[in-house]
Design a protein around this ligand. Structure first.
Ligand code: UDP
Ligand code: MG
Length: 313
């Protein structure tokens, strides 16, 4: 029988744990005799009784497993820990707060059985989301799709099913500063999408406020590309070019050709142009350094150079 691992990162979700567990049990019972289910809770340094609740359930359920973090490492790391330790033929990653509808699990499984290796939940925009969060996410997807070489689908969530081959490849990735979604997208494989409407959070508070999301976004810009540094370099080139030309024009005009226009520039204005020129050189050098860092960066994060779906040699 095929086995499906359900991976749930949880941070301060004491009241949601029993709820999501009951819902998952319903789903697994509806698949009785067809699939085996294991549930892996990752307690990500909760301050409340999340872990007490998990342990309570684990005592009566041999298919319930858990990983208890020593402190809060963040959802991305928690999810990775789950992926590292699950042993199903596929896994489904799910938020503990019931915002990812458990009822859709059969749809995910159906797409997987039909041949998809990654099934991604696409979330309709929530009405309750704040203005800042909406604008923020719109800008984020615009920028990230401009600067990174992989396509990041807007509103794609972490609500995903991964086939075993994808899990195994994912587990080979070594970067510690990670965004699970982006890495899965980078891996590729055959993808299918499922649209869903996120439920409202019933208990507790979202741990991801605007600033935490902003940090995550910044992180993914930096880890997915060197665009920000290269931008500085390009800006430097423009500045060097413009101030260089005008500086030269004034210099030659003033001392060699004695044109009227060039002579109207005072000494301090000339000095200003010189300073701007030097700043341009500094920025250009930064851009140059970015190219070197790009090389080092590529080596240090040690991503596999390519990913194989199947092998016969
Ligand atoms: N979570 C986690 N570690 C954290 C923050 C959140 O494991 O540091 C979990 C949380 O328990 C939930 C999921 O990640 O299961 C999504 O978190 P949240 O609901 O706060 O985010 P949002 O719904 O706003 O994306
Ligand atoms: Mg949530």
């Amino acid at each position: 029988m095929k086995k499906i691992s359900i991976i749930i990162p949880a941070h301060n979700e004491e009241r949601n744990i029993p709820l999501i567990y009951d819902k998952l049990k319903e789903v697994s019972e509806s698949f009785l005799g067809k699939y085996l289910f294991e549930i892996i809770f990752i307690n990500d340094g909760s301050d409340d009784d999340t872990f007490v609740e998990i342990e309570k359930l684990a005592r009566n359920d041999e298919n319930l497993k858990y990983i208890d973090f020593s402190r809060n490492f963040g959802k991305e790391t928690a999810t990775s820990a789950g992926l590292n330790s699950c042993n199903g033929d596929a896994c489904i990653m799910l938020d503990a707060d019931l915002q990812h509808p458990v009822e859709l699990i059969p749809n995910f499984i159906a797409k997987w059985e039909a041949g998809a290796e990654v099934v991604v939940g696409i979330r309709a925009q929530n009405k309750s989301d704040g203005f800042a969060k909406k604008i923020g996410s719109a800008i984020f997807y615009k920028i990230i799709n401009k600067i990174s070489e992989i396509e990041v689908v807007p509103n794609a969530t972490d609500f995903r099913l991964l086939d075993r081959i994808v899990i195994d490849q994912f587990n080979k990735l070594t970067e510690t500063n990670r965004m699970t979604r982006a890495l899965i997208d980078w891996l590729g494989f055959r993808r299918e999408y499922i649209n869903f409407q996120a439920n409202e959070r019933i208990h507790g508070q979202a741990s991801y406020d605007f600033w935490k999301l902003f940090k995550l976004a910044m992180n993914s810009f930096v880890s997915l590309s060197l665009f920000p540094l290269k931008l500085a370099g390009n800006l430097g080139l423009v500045i060097v070019f413009v101030s260089g030309i005008s500086g030269l024009y004034i210099l030659l005009g003033k001392y060699f050709f004695h044109t009227r226009f060039a002579s109207t520039f005072s000494d301090s204005e000339n000095l200003a142009i010189l300073i701007v020129f030097l700043v341009g050189i500094i920025l250009t050098s930064l851009g140059l350094i970015a190219l070197y860092i790009a090389n080092i960066h590529g080596e240090v994060i040690n991503r596999p150079m390519y990913v194989v779906r199947k092998k016969k040699i």
